[in-house]
Design a protein around this ligand. Structure first.
Ligand code: C2E
Ligand code: MG
Ligand code: MG
Ligand code: MG
Length: 279
């Protein structure tokens, strides 16, 4: 009896694995194809605000994959896949190009892109970034590159060199999802970044003005190190008010705006410039 049940479970498991492998191989194939045609990767932009103003001061570029059959696929799904099959650099290049072409139309705002460890560690990365900025006539100080806590703190040698090179040229760096890694505050003293983005899991906790001790500690530590702070995932007025009173510099979240398309960005910020975008 037990043996039969075990065999059935195994058969089920095997089928399930087959199915997973087939899905994965299809996604892999489709992603390569999407990148060769270049039409299915779309970039949304989420406005970031100063904590005491309702005018956006920057935009974060967030990519989506518009799959012809499966619809919109979230980056949490296809970015890890792209990293594994070695096509993440191509995605990074598409995002950077789109971001620069957009802020070239909006002289008063800066833009942030997310970069994977594999991109940061690639020898040609700094030159590729700087040449896209030059092509669109964008000051390097208007670009911020968001990296993971582990990359910033456990400093892989090539990545560290590339970050130094880009920072010397004026490009800013931020640690994304700060607080979710395993770094102790003392290690943050040695990082070469300009900003900490406090992970949304901590921001959710400060609703109703409670549980703000961790966020307060991060903000104070950042300020002592001369780093700016952004709170991610701000969804309520209470959170916004608490963050403002704790001295958080910037806020980003569904309360102010979801990620929006290029057209909506132009409507929000472009005013007289919008015509140029339509050609
Ligand atoms: P992230 O860089 O931390 O981006 C913030 C994520 O939080 C975005 O999810 C955004 O839509 C979501 N978000 C913003 N405000 C709120 C809020 O108020 N509440 C909640 N619950 N969520 C909010 P998204 O667009 O699905 O991106 C997920 C992650 O995928 C990003 O996290 C980033 O790590 C990665 N990613 C996105 N685009 C790229 C890219 O071009 N390159 C790379 N390497 N990674 C990317
Ligand atoms: Mg980010
Ligand atoms: Mg984040
Ligand atoms: Mg994230």
């Amino acid at each position: 009896h037990a043996k039969a049940a075990g065999r059935n479970a195994y058969a089920l498991f095997g089928e399930h694995m087959d199915e997973l492998l087939r899905t994965r191989r299809k996604l892999e194939h489709d992603l390569r194809e999407a990148l060769s045609t270049g039409t299915q990767i779309e970039i949304a932009y989420q406005p970031v605000y100063s904590s005491d103003s309702s005018v956006p001061c920057s935009l974060e570029a967030l990519c989506r994959w518009r799959h012809p059959e499966l619809g919109s696929i979230a980056p949490d799904v296809f970015i890890p896949l792209a990293e594994e099959i070695g096509v993440i650099q191509k995605i990074g290049a598409i995002v950077l190009e789109d971001a620069c072409s957009l802020i070239a139309l909006l002289p008063s705002i800066s833009v942030a892109v997310n970069a994977s460890a594999a991109e940061l560690s690639s020898p040609g990365y700094p030159l590729r970034v700087l040449s896209v900025l030059a092509k669109w006539g964008i000051e390097p100080t208007r670009l911020e590159i968001e990296i993971t806590e582990s990359l910033a703190i456990n400093g892989e040698e090539n990545a560290e060199r590339n970050i130094l090179m880009l920072r010397a040229a004026g490009v800013r760096f931020a640690i994304d999802d700060f607080g979710t890694g395993y770094s102790s505050f003392s290690r943050v003293q040695n990082v070469t970044v300009d900003r900490l983005k406090i992970d949304k899991s901590f921001i959710g906790g400060i609703r109703e003005g409670r549980n703000s001790a961790i966020v307060e500690a991060i903000i104070n530590m950042a300020r002592a190190q001369g780093l700016r702070t952004t709170a991610e995932g701000v969804e309520t007025n209470e959170q916004r008010d608490a963050l403002k009173s704790l001295g958080c510099d910037n806020i980003q979240g569904f309360l102010m705006s979801r990620p929006i398309g290029r057209g909506e960005v132009m409507a929000l910020l472009g005013a007289g410039e919008a015509k140029k975008d339509r050609g």
